[in-house]
Structures are given as C-alpha cells and as structure tokens.
Design a protein around this ligand. Structure first.
Ligand SMILES: Nc1ncnc2c1ncn2[C@@H]1O[C@H](COP(=O)(O)OP(=O)(O)OP(=O)(O)O)[C@@H](O)[C@H]1O
Ligand SMILES: [Mg+2]
Length: 573
C-alpha cells in the first residue's frame, strides 16, 4: 500500500474527495441493508413489528426504534423503499467516486509522462546520450499507463474494502460472535492466497524490465531496418526480439495463472466457510431464520468484497513496479539536470577562444589536450581532420552541451561556463551531422512550431539554404509532409531543410557539421553563396572537407592528436 500512500501525498485533494464519496456510498448501502431485516420479518409473517420493540433482538430493536422515532412506520412497503433508497444513494456516490478515480488516474499518467519528458530534456547532454531512446518511449507509453492503472486498482481496492467493512459492521451488529468467527475465516483465506499476490508482484517486476529491454531493442532495430532488409538480415532482428518476447510471455503466463488461482481458490474457501456458518447457526445454535438470512447476505457480501480487495491488490502490484521505475528514472534525470541560469551571453563581438582545452568522454582516452584556437567574430572558420579526431566534439563544446575537463572556452573574453546556457544557445543556428527530420510538414521542420515566424521568413531561409526550387516543385510546397524521419526526401534535400531551420532565427553563430556533404555542386554552391553573404554579419563555424567550404573560409584548422593547427586553405587535400 506504499503505492497508494505515495499517490495520496501527490494528489491529496482528489483522493480525499474520492474517499468521502466512497464513505457516503458505504453509509447509504449500510442503511439499505439494515432495512432488510425488518422487511424480511414482515414478509415471513412474524408480524412482531407492531407489538413494539421490546421482544426484538438487539440490532433489530435499534433499527425499529430509530425508524419509529423518525415517524416512519415499519411496514413492508416502507422497508423495501428504504432498501431501494439505500441502493440508489450508494450508486450515486459510487458513481461520483469512480469519476474522481478516473480523472485522477488520467492525471497520474499525464503528470508522469510530462515530468519524465521534462527531466530528460533538461538533463546534461552526456547523461542524455546514455539514455536508450527505447527506454523513454517505453516509459511514456507503457510504464505511465501501467502506473495510472495501478492507481485505479488501488482506489477500487479501497472502494471494496469500505463496502466489505460496511457489510461486516452490519453483520457484527446482528451477531458479534458469528462475525468474529467470520473475520478469522476471512483472514485465513486472505493469508493462504497471499502467495499468489507475491508471484504476481515478481512477474510484474520482470515485465517492467523485459518491456524496457524489448522496446529498447525494437527502437534500435527499426532505426537500422533498411540496412538489415537490404542485406536480408531480418532474421537477426527476429532472433533478438523472439528471445525478449519469449521471456515476457512467460512472465505474463505466470500472472494469468496467479490471477486465475486467486479467483478459484478464494471463492471455494469463502463458500466453504459460509456453508459451515449456516450449518452451525441453524443446526447447532438454533438462530432465527430472518437473522441468519441477513447475516448470510451481510457476511457473504463482506467476504466477496474482501476477496475483490485482494484481487484488485493483485492487479495493483502487477503494475506497481512500473510506477517506481518511472519515479526512479525521473529523479535520476533530475539529478543530472543541466545547470540553469548564469550571466547573459555577450553579443559575440570579438569571437570565441579555446584556451588550453582538454576533454574526454568519461573514462575514455582524451579527445583533446591543450587545444587552443580562435573563432573570430564575423568570419568563417572551417574545421577539417580525419574521422574521429573530435570535430563534432569541439562543436558540442562551443554549444555548451559538453564541458571542458581542462582549460577554458571564452566568448568575447567571458568564460562560457559562467553564461546562461539556454540564452547562449538561442543565439546559435546549428546543422547537425545526422539530419533527421520530424514527421511533419517542411514548414514545421523549418519553424520547429514557432508561430511567430512569417511565411516570408520561411521562404527566405529556404532560398538561402538552396531548398526553395525543389520545394516549389513538390505538389504541396512547404506543406509537404516529409515522412518518418524525413524519409520521403533525399539526403541532400533533408540537409537543405535543416540548413533553413538553422538560418531562420537569424543566429549570431551558425554551426554546420558536415552540412554540405550530401549536396550536389549546384546546391552546395547555393549554400556557399549564403555563407559568403552572411560573413561579416554573423560568425560561421563549419566542419567540412568540401573544397568550396575550405576555399571560402577565412581560417582553416586541422584537428590532429587532440590539438588544432591552422592550415592554409590550399594545403587541404
Ligand atoms: N558519446 C560519446 N561517448 C564516448 N566517446 C565518444 C562519444 N562521441 C564521440 N566519441 C569519441 O570521441 C572521438 C571524437 O568523436 P567525434 O564525433 O567528435 O569525431 P569527428 O571528428 O566528428 O568524426 P567524424 O568526422 O567521423 O564525424 C571519437 O574517437 C569517438 O569515438
Ligand atoms: Mg563528426
């Protein structure tokens, strides 16, 4: 029940409302049930109702006296009406409670998803890099849903518990001895079947970890499916997925057996105790039939609800681990949050300077040691160097996604580490090495959903990126949907859309990481002209082996052995 306490703390108001509605519903049900005893006595013709309450048994006397003092005659019609009214109000309050449960459950799921997404998006880049994409997908899709279902099961368990207690209380008022025996019997049944709940909890945990692994693997495989199909290696994917799904299937089967076992076992044991109770009450203690009948109804329903409490609890523990796993992921990501705040960034009037910068990814061998270089404001600086020498890493350091382990990066003389990272990045236009587009229109891909960008600005950015002509030829122009990951466009077309995205906000610093590698000479020429036109107005940093980009550069650095050395453009092969 640690889970429900955690939910209560997070959603105090809604859960209190829910509990109030449940209590009122239970009360109405108790009143209705209490009217059943006099109704049965009248129906069975004992006719003692009008002779006064003196010769009635304890609880019945209390009911009749209360009714008389309220001016309600104890006729069969009145009693049945009271039973009906009890059921009516019970249903109304139960409906209100269930509505509250549904709303809160939806809120639980939504809050978990949003908190997870925000925590991940605000985490440090190095932390983000180590998060498998599938883990996030699984958390947002499956774990959030299982957590919210756990809340529903927990709340339903509480509903049943209250109902069980109301029936138990009525039975207690009728015969406390019989009820005491029944409570012991109930505890035995619940205790005996608890091992089935434990099996379910273990299977639920297994399901959580297997789903994370399965969806992680699935996401990876889908990302490289083209290469797999092209070389007829789909079987490889099949083997990986078949192993995960096989294990998942086993865990699910265990859950099904545990649930069915609880269903069958509980019913049998409760029925056995009730039959035994009737036999003892009528056969040995010679109790009156109407009392025994109401007692059987009350205890029977108390047992039945108690059984349902356990079944709901079983369902709760099945999804519980998803909730804890999500909370763990959220707090882990929050611990890895990127530092926020800092000084307002300068306008980039003189330039960016790397001073004796060292960097390594975790424990790995260092990528840079004692690297010094200048990116002068308003100029085009091009970086060249063999694959794996750290060109992309250098750019990530400039953006502030990574932090140097040694030395300092300065913007107009001010340390980058002291600047507000988000304010700094808002001045940057960035074209990454891997161009992946959103499954949306070209317009959305350029604006990234910013409604303030005008159609004229979009057209200008697309023209500057050399993309306008091919987009004009598409049937829907800028409203063309580019397909999953931009798959309906060619590699070079995707690159130009991403360049337009980087240009549209008129950045102070434009960074292109191999941005023209997939372009034909004409498109490359268009981008190069844009760069030439931008030179002087903004600062440009390009990673490129492309002759045009090297020739257009004011300064070229070659990365080698963890350092940067200036080279003359003509020397770049
Ligand atoms: N997230 C990472 N974790 C650990 N090592 C990394 C990570 N990213 C890159 N590296 C390593 O750092 C080195 C520099 O990588 P980087 O991507 O900066 O090279 P690059 O010069 O951009 O190469 P390319 O021309 O192939 O794009 C490589 O040896 C690479 O293996
Ligand atoms: Mg690179």
């Amino acid at each position: 029940m640690r889970l429900m306490l955690s939910f209560f703390r997070a959603y105090r108001g809604p859960t209190l409302l829910m509990l109030l509605a449940l209590l009122l519903s239970g009360l109405a049900e108790g009143i209705g049930l209490s009217a059943l005893l006099p109704a049965l006595n009248i129906a069975l013709g004992t006719g003692r109702m009008d002779t006064g309450a003196a010769d009635l048994s304890g609880y019945e006397a209390v009911i009749v006296e209360t009714l008389h003092s309220l001016g309600i005659a104890t006729t069969l019609g009145n009693m049945l009406l009271l039973v009906l009214l009890g059921i009516f109000f019970k249903s109304v309050f139960l409906l209100l409670a269930q509505r509250q449960v549904g709303y809160t459950a939806a809120q639980v799921g939504t809050d978990l998803r949003l908190n997870m997404l925000r925590a991940i998006l605000r985490s440090r880049w190095e932390y983000f890099l180590h998060q498998p994409a599938g883990r996030l997908t699984n958390a947002l899709a499956t774990e959030a849903e299982r957590s919210s279902q756990s809340f529903v099961h927990g709340a339903t368990a509480i509903t049943f518990l209250i109902q069980s207690m109301i029936y138990g209380a009525v039975a207690f008022a009728l015969s406390w001895k019989a009820s005491l025996v029944a409570i012991v019997a109930g505890a035995i049944v619940i205790g005996l079947s608890h091992f089935l709940v434990r099996i379910t909890r273990r299977a639920g945990r297994r399901q959580t970890s297997l789903l994370t692994s399965l969806i992680g693997n699935l996401t990876d495989i889908l990302a490289s499916v083209k290469a797999m199909k092209a070389m007829a290696r789909e079987g490889q994917a099949d083997r990986v997925l078949a192993s995960d799904t096989g294990k998942l299937n086993k865990a699910l089967r265990r859950q099904v057996i545990a649930a069915a076992g609880l269903d069958a076992g509980q019913e049998l044991m409760f029925a056995g105790f009730i039959c035994l109770g009737i036999y003892v009450a009528l056969g040995i203690y010679d109790m009156e039939l109407p009392t025994v009948m109401v007692l059987v109804v009350a205890l029977g329903r108390a047992f039945s609800f108690l059984g349902k409490v356990q079944k709901q609890y079983q369902k709760l523990v099945q999804g519980e681990s998803a909730y804890w796993a999500m909370l763990d992921s959220i707090s882990e990501a929050r611990d890895a949050a990127e530092s926020a705040g800092g000084a307002a960034p300068p306008t980039l009037a003189t330039g960016i300077r790397f001073e004796g910068v060292g960097f390594s990814y975790g424990e790995n061998a260092s990528v840079f040691h004692d690297l010094t270089l200048d990116i002068r404001a308003g100029s085009l600086t091009t970086l060249v160097g063999p694959s794996g020498t750290g060109k992309t890493t250098l750019v990530d350091l400039v953006i502030g996604l990574l932090q140097p382990t040694q030395g300092e990066i300065r913007v107009d003389g001010e340390p980058l580490s002291g600047l507000d990272p988000r304010a700094w990045r808002r001045q940057i236009g960035y074209v990454p090495q891997d161009t992946v587009l959103l499954h949306s229109s070209i317009r959305d891909n350029v604006t990234l959903g910013d409604p303030d960008l005008t159609p004229e600005a979009i057209e200008q950015a697309l023209r500057d990126a050399g993309a306008w002509d091919f987009i004009q030829a598409l049937p829907d122009g800028v409203d063309t949907v580019v397909g999953e990951r931009g798959g309906k466009l060619s590699g070079g077309q995707r690159q130009r859309v991403v360049i337009a995205r980087a240009l549209i906000n008129q950045p102070q610093l434009l960074i292109l990481d191999e941005a023209t590698s997939a372009l034909d000479p004409d498109s490359e020429q268009a981008v190069r002209q844009t760069m030439e036109a931008l030179k002087g107005r903004i600062t440009l940093l390009a990673i490129s082996h492309n002759r045009g980009m090297v020739e257009a550069a004011d300064c070229v650095y070659r990365l080698r052995d963890g350092r940067a050395e200036p080279v003359i453009a003509g020397d770049v092969a």
